[in-house]
Design a protein around this ligand. Structure first.
Ligand code: CU
Length: 636
């Protein structure tokens, strides 16, 4: 009898791979997601080849008379014709967008159809208030979903905004297991709101596991060491080998500068005279992108799902894990325009493209050019990880702490129940330099579901090896008391500074009160030195301090008395870039009991250990639903 029941359940989870459409009036929305392996550039069982923005069967000889293959049925990625294996949701990359309304209960059945890998899905940006065991972090909030098993997520979405889902097992996110999650407000606005733009960096030779292994053990290609690249401010970039950028799974491989393989691009169609909202998500493994649309200024309206006072800019920088919503007015001639993206590296021209197509315009590629920045018409860029572009480029930066929330909310400021933590996200160390937070590395996850099997959690680590100017394989766990106002100062300092880390907090949207940048040469934008507001302590030779035990240089700033904090109208985010040589002050109220991961959203930095845990109001954590899966090691 029991066997029979299980059998029926499995059938229902696999048979319905089509995502249900949810209506505004529905109280509960149900979706079926199947996680499976696929190959790129295959249609049915036929290999396809790119030509002039279209796809054709592999044996096509005369492209002008051949009928193209629909790109909707193909995982094209960058159009490279040696198929690469991917792991995707419901057969597409990105997976289907989950589109729901504020206040609804969402039920998502996730079936793992990969033969040899576990999985779990995290709902990035959702608070999971009252349902912390639905956060989808394998071995933190649940047991991993084993091959051929399914797991049903059930949670309420109470805040409208742009979110996304992705695997939280190993490197599966950049293998293709991700998609958009849009929570719509029930009050209707006058803008067309159908465009989701998911960005991603791509390597068609190596999957992420291979990239990570190369990162850790040696990054070679064609018997040559791959050199790292850097940003304008001289901040090092990861050596992840970027071969293409993708928008909604589509991009082009450039064999050499200016020459690409003609793979199809994503097209966003707008009607002349309308205002259009774009929900942009960076689902990439490593790279930040600067995005602009020719002749169309971008009006920012929301960050990480939180409405802000609108602000018009020439371009936005979006870091892995972040979302930026902007609107554009389709007020130009009926035509096609380039949507352009570039990574922030200066030595290479790593780009991504898509097409803004006006209804009625011909089906051709745009011929538009990028806005030229002049002293009179300066280009404003939002979200720079540094402060200055070179003087002659007539480009100015606006940073996250320049933004105002739309509702002007008051930031929690309870001085009686106030806690402050300095957290340094860095790669310090001499011979062994994994990613760490205050010198603590989270590479080995618990062997159980930590949140729901709390009595069985052990980290198998020697805490005596942790400390000032030390590195240890013991995760950092902050125990947060219920009701406290918690201020965190994210740092990127000490001997392990470098890169710029987009730090993502699960279970919260934090207020960004202040950003502290390093010092820069205002003429060429280059980095001069660290921000001096922070005292790293540790080694008296500043360049050797790990910065594991930092505080404010001016001790009167301790306890929430930092000058220049934005306590009214601070923007709320769940992911924020911590600039190299600088810091970010954020605040939350500890009011969401659970066990929450906090980590760098550069996938390879996270795999390398740059993660920590917030153990929030443990006595108030609600019990999981009856029958919630358990897992553990076995020893007879
Ligand atoms: Cu990082």
């Amino acid at each position: 009898m029991e066997l029979m029941t299980i059998f029926i359940l499995v059938v229902s989870a696999t048979a319905q791979t089509v995502t249900a459409v949810c209506r505004e009036t529905d109280a509960v929305c149900e979706f079926w997601l199947s996680v499976e392996n696929r190959l790129t550039m295959i249609h049915g069982r036929d290999l396809v080849v790119p030509h002039d923005g279209k796809l054709y069967r592999w044996d096509t000889t005369n492209f002008s008379s051949a009928v193209p293959v629909s790109p909707d049925d193909v995982i094209t990625a960058d159009g490279w014709t040696e198929s690469r294996m991917v792991a995707v949701v419901n057969g597409t990359m990105p997976g289907p967008a989950i589109d729901v309304f504020q206040g609804q209960t969402v039920v998502i059945h996730v079936a793992n159809h990969m033969m040899e890998e576990t999985t779990s899905l995290h709902w990035h940006g959702l608070l999971q208030r009252g349902t912390p065991w639905m956060d989808g972090v394998a071995q933190v909030s649940q047991c991993p979903i084993l091959p051929f098993q399914s797991f049903t997520y059930r949670f309420k979405v109470d805040h409208a905004g742009t979110y996304w889902y992705h695997s939280h097992v190993g490197a599966q996110q950049s293998m293709g297991i991700f998609g958009a999650l849009v929570v719509r407000s029930k009050t209707h606005q006058k803008v067309v709101d159908k465009h989701v733009m998911i960005l991603q960096d791509w390597n068609h030779d190596w999957d992420s596991k291979m990239s990570h292994m190369k990162m850790v053990y040696g990054m070679y290609k064609n018997q040559r060491l791959i050199a790292g690249t850097s940003t304008l401010a001289g901040i090092r970039y990861s050596m992840f080998h970027f071969q293409a950028g993708l928008i909604n799974g589509k991009g082009r491989y450039y064999n050499e500068p200016g020459r690409h393989n003609g793979a199809p691009l994503e097209t966003f169609t707008v009607k002349e005279g309308t205002s259009n909202r774009f929900r942009v998500i960076n689902a990439g493994a490593v790279y930040s992108f600067r995005i602009s649309i020719d002749l169309h200024p971008l009006t920012l309206v929301a960050l990480d799902g939180n409405d802000i006072k609108p602000l018009t800019v020439e371009s936005i920088i979006i870091n892995p894990g972040e979302r930026v919503d902007f609107t554009i007015l389709a007020n130009q001639q009926v035509d096609n325009y380039w949507i352009r993206g570039r990574t922030l590296e200066v030595e290479v021209n790593n780009t991504v493209e898509a097409i803004l197509h006006y209804e009625g315009a011909p089906d051709t590629e745009p011929t538009s050019s990028r806005q030229t920045c002049t002293p009179k018409d300066c280009c404003v860029v939002f979200n720079c990880p540094f402060l200055f572009y070179p003087l002659g480029s007539h480009t100015a930066c606006i940073t996250v702490d320049d933004i105002h929330s739309l509702d002007n909310t008051q930031v929690p400021d309870d001085k009686e129940h106030f806690k402050e933590y300095f957290l340094n996200f860095a790669f310090p160390g001499n011979s062994w330099t994994p990613g760490s937070v205050n010198g603590r590395v989270l590479q080995m996850f618990p062997s159980v579901s930590a949140l729901t099997q709390p009595d069985e959690v052990s980290f198998h680590c020697d805490a005596s090896k942790c400390g000032e100017d030390k590195l240890c394989k013991c995760p950092l766990v902050l125990n947060l008391q219920h009701g406290d106002t918690v201020q965190m100062v994210f740092l990127n300092l000490g001997m392990g500074k470098g890169w710029d880390h987009p730090i993502h907090m699960h279970g919260h949207q934090f207020y960004v009160l202040k950003m502290g940048y390093g010092r820069y040469n205002q003429t060429d934008g280059s980095f001069i030195g660290d921000n001096t507001d922070i005292d790293c302590r540790g080694n008296s030779n500043k360049s050797l301090s790990f910065c594991n035990d930092a505080t404010w240089s001016d001790r009167t700033w301790v306890g929430g008395n930092v000058p220049g904090l934005k306590l009214n109208g601070a923007p709320k985010k769940d992911t924020v870039m911590v600039p190299s040589g600088g810091y970010v002050v954020i605040r939350i109220k500890s009011d969401n009991p659970g066990l929450w991961l906090m980590h760098c959203h550069i996938e390879i930095h996270m795999l390398d250990g740059m993660s920590m845990l917030l153990n929030e109001s443990f006595p108030n954590v609600p019990p999981p639903p009856a029958g919630f899966p358990q897992c553990r090691s076995f020893r007879p």
